[in-house]
Design a protein around this ligand. Structure first.
Ligand code: AMP
Length: 281
């Protein structure tokens, strides 16, 4: 596995790979890799001739009061995990390489970025779409792998690719969970043992939604209210948002039908966790 920090060297490497007709799969990450990330990597290795993974904690997707500085980092460990899985290239740039002092270009998807996490984290998705664009321009992937764990992010990136005719195929990958249902996340590291137990509230709430729909509930606003009430009963939890939305526009549904996503964001202590499930009625 090559480890490159420099944009031009990475571009040159990819040019050589494409010259011999290889298909490039790409997995962008912020590192501190867990089994969720690695499931994307393994799928990419299976489906492509050449796989690049990036590890970059992207400052432009963090708000001023968020956890950019303390976001967990473990590059040596990440490197080993990727090597073991047969990744060909680890792209691990410095912040100044991606955002030199005179940097001033951003990519903005409208509408889909205005609800859910976009409403609570202004500027977050602009940071995400900007860095994904830059990484795509550097790595030139045929396929890119994203987790459904970040459901809104997935749908926004898919829309950006379509609207900007980017010619990259996005591959959705199912959420990997702990045995008790908690979605794996680098931020789970912040939880103490009491908080860790309380954190299952996200998955339990989503299961409740699924059960209600399976037993015939079709009132979207009632389900939303039930999600809010359920989170309110967990003492260590503070709700950011809960919603059941149409996956095509991310707006709250009144009547449960078509492709939907039930999603929530919850603070457990100071740690903000998100989770979602995709539903179709
Ligand atoms: P991150 O490092 O948090 O930016 O995540 C990098 C990629 O891994 C994103 O596409 C995430 O959606 C995906 N991912 C993170 N956690 C999980 C998980 N538990 N299951 C599946 N994919 C995940």
């Amino acid at each position: 596995m090559k480890v490159l920090k420099n944009i031009e060297e990475t571009r040159e490497e990819i040019i050589q790979v494409k010259k011999i007709g290889q298909r490039v799969g790409f997995v962008p990450t912020m590192g501190y890799l867990h089994k969720g990330h690695l499931s994307l990597v393994e799928k990419a290795v299976k489906e492509n001739d050449y796989v690049a993974v990036s590890v970059f904690v992207n400052p432009t997707q963090f708000g001023p009061d968020e956890d950019y500085d303390r976001y967990p980092r473990a590059i040596k460990r990440d490197e080993k995990l990727l090597r073991k899985r047969g990744v060909d290239l680890l792209f691990y740039p410095h912040v100044q390489e991606m955002y030199p002092a005179d940097y001033c270009t951003y990519v903005q998807v409208e509408e889909l970025t205005e609800t859910l996490c976009g409403a609570s984290r202004p500027g977050h998705f602009q940071g995400v779409t900007t860095i994904v664009n830059k990484l795509f321009n550097i790595v030139g992937p045929d396929r890119a792998y994203f987790g459904q764990k970040d459901g809104q992010q997935f749908l926004i990136i898919e829309k950006m690719i379509k609207d900007l005719n980017m010619g990259v195929k996005v591959v959705p990958c199912p959420t990997v969970r702990e045995e008790d249902g908690l979605a794996l996340s680098s931020r789970n590291k912040y939880l103490d043992s009491r908080e860790r137990r309380a954190a299952t509230i996200l998955y339990r709430t989503l299961q409740m939604v699924k059960e209600r729909i399976d037993s015939g509930e079709r009132d979207g606003l009632k389900i939303k209210k039930a999600m809010e009430d359920m989170v309110a009963r967990e003492k260590l939890a503070r709700l950011d948002y809960a919603a059941i939305v149409d996956r095509r526009n991310l707006k709250q549904v009144e009547k449960v039908k078509g492709p939907m996503m039930a999603a929530l964001a919850v603070f457990i202590g100071d740690t903000r966790l998100i989770d979602n499930i995709w539903l179709e009625v």
